[in-house]
Unconditional design. Structure first.
Length: 64
């Protein structure tokens, strides 16, 4: 399930959500909660999501 769930200004995304989608839904929210099979497994700040996204994009650009 890749559809983000919004509840009380909080964002919940499934762990299988593509990174680009997680970054998109995270904008403006302090925490993004990560779920797996409907169970909460963690949370990440939007800054951390953005940093991981930037690092991943940079790594892709460096591939031959």
């Amino acid at each position: 399930m890749h559809t983000p769930i919004y509840a009380d200004d909080e964002v919940f995304v499934d762990i299988s959500t593509p990174l680009s989608e997680a970054i998109r839904v995270a904008q403006g929210d302090d925490l993004v909660y990560i779920t797996e099979n409907g169970q909460l497994v963690g949370a990440v700040t939007t800054l951390a999501v953005a940093r991981v996204g930037i690092a991943a994009l940079t790594a892709l650009e460096e591939l031959p």
